[in-house]
Ligand binder design. Structure first.
Ligand code: PXL
Length: 435
């Protein structure tokens, strides 16, 4: 998965391009960068800034877009009017979701956008974005509404949306001096509130960390409210771990990223490195998935957008992990969690009678369905066969099965699905039935 940050350089590495790359990395995304300006600053003081030439910004954007498939773009610091205009003209026609992080001033007071860039910033970049991520002060400036209450926050969000941003998240950290920090998301017409305990100290890089984490989550295909929630929790954790590397403000220390994705990614690597694993991969190849708790749609289940494929005696991971990336195995997990909410992970392997016998002998609970019994109306409905099969296999069960298999049907390959509470649990069960 590739994500692009178009932003300024921060030599202290807490914010800007350098901070974004750390956050992207924590989310397992490949971070690419277009530098719009170079700042000179440390953890105590801001020394200066110079924009990168318009021609060079343009050619950096083109060099990346012509070579990589980019899943999401974050726009951070844009110093002057010319840079605003060139970014707009280069991105105007592309279909990639844009996360716009308005940046006007550094934590230490440096000017990061000239006053004369502001009207073009509003007119050209705000309407390009899928979501904009201002804090209270930035939201006040963009909306021209003084924010003193949640109601003002709502009004500001609606006004910014009217200016063309598809969705708006206003971060409440700089306001409401109480123990809680309240962030407000306006997604289409719906408001959601997120809050967490206020952290006691100031640090450098929180805003960039949030928007970069949000960018990585959107690239992964997460639903917007889940993407915001994950980015927010990641940022809080990173601020909590901030360390005083220099003499001034503590620098954000990015933490581990999305726990669900990390667990799945680790399990997939372990699965692929098992000896002779190629023998377990079916013709239609393998997927491995893990859902959030209480999933309601395929978008709540992360899996490979692609497959684990046989390549001779080895296997290769083709594609990236993405929420909504898997259809078949994810549908199986969705159906399973409706009845047994704890069974959130699954893996499909090739059917073999010996595997089923071994599973039973090892005390695993096995269930099955017969594809020949599938009603015609289900068969004709695209994508509903798996759900039907899983439902048929668990209807009469009081406890969840570890394995569900079917022996195939006309033109359909026989298959074994292993279920578990998490990817490690699935692997543990797989190791019981494999050689
Ligand atoms: O945190 C905002 C920010 C973004 N980009 C650059 C910065 C800062 C804050 O200092 O220096 C380059």
């Amino acid at each position: 998965m590739h994500v692009l940050s178009i932003a300024g350089s921060d030599p202290s590495s807490g914010a800007g391009i350098q901070g974004d790359m750390k956050t992207f990395n924590s989310f397992g995304a490949n971070g690419l960068s277009v530098v719009t300006a170079i700042t000179s600053q440390n953890t105590s003081r801001f020394f200066g800034v110079e924009p990168v030439s318009v021609l060079l910004v343009k050619s950096q954007i083109r060099s990346i877009l012509e070579d990589f498939h980019i899943d999401a773009i974050k726009i951070g610091m844009v110093y002057d009017k010319q840079t605003v205009r060139v970014i707009h003209s280069e991105l105007e026609k592309i279909k990639i979701p844009i996360i716009l992080d308005p940046i006007f001033k550094s934590t230490t007071g440096g000017i990061l956008q000239t006053a004369s860039a502001f009207s073009d910033f509003k007119k050209l970049l705000v309407p390009l974005c899928y979501i904009i991520t201002p804090n209270i002060i930035e939201a006040e400036k963009i909306s021209d509404i003084k924010i003193k209450s949640l109601k003002d926050m709502k009004n500001a969000a609606m006004k910014i949306q009217k200016m063309g941003a598809k969705n708006v998240i206003i971060k409440g950290g700089h306001f409401f001096k109480g123990d809680k920090v309240t962030d407000m998301l306006l997604e289409d017409k719906k408001f959601s509130i997120f809050s967490h305990a206020r952290l006691k100290f100031e640090s450098h890089g929180g805003g960039c960390t949030f928007s970069a984490a949000l960018c990585a989550n959107i690239a992964r295909g997460k639903k917007l409210s889940d993407a915001v929630d994950s980015a927010r929790l990641f940022t809080v954790e990173s601020i909590r771990n901030a360390t005083k590397t220099g003499r001034g403000l503590a620098i954000i220390k990015t933490s581990k990223g999305d726990a669900i994705e990390n667990q799945l990614s680790k399990a997939i690597s372990e699965f692929c490195s098992i000896e002779s694993i190629n023998e377990y991969i079916p013709e239609c190849q393998t997927n491995f998935v893990y859902s959030t708790s209480n999933p309601s749609t395929l978008k709540d289940v992360i899996g490979l957008e692609g497959r684990i494929v046989r390549t001779g005696r080895l296997v290769t991971i083709a594609g990236h992990l993405k929420y909504g990336g898997s259809k078949h195995v994810a549908s199986a997990v969705l159906e399973m969690t409706r009845k047994f909410p704890s069974m959130r992970s699954s893996l499909n392997i090739k059917y073999d009678e010996k595997i089923i016998k071994k599973a039973v002998s090892k005390g695993l609970k096995v269930s099955s369905y017969d594809r020949r019994e599938e009603p015609l109306e289900i068969r004709e409905k695209e994508g509903s066969t798996v759900s039907w099969g899983i439902k048929a296999s668990i209807t009469n069960l009081k406890t969840p099965p570890d394995i569900i298999f079917h022996k195939g049907g006309f033109g359909k390959e026989a298959m074994v699905l292993i279920f578990g509470k998490n990817p490690a649990d699935v692997l543990r069960k797989f190791s019981k039935i494999s050689r």
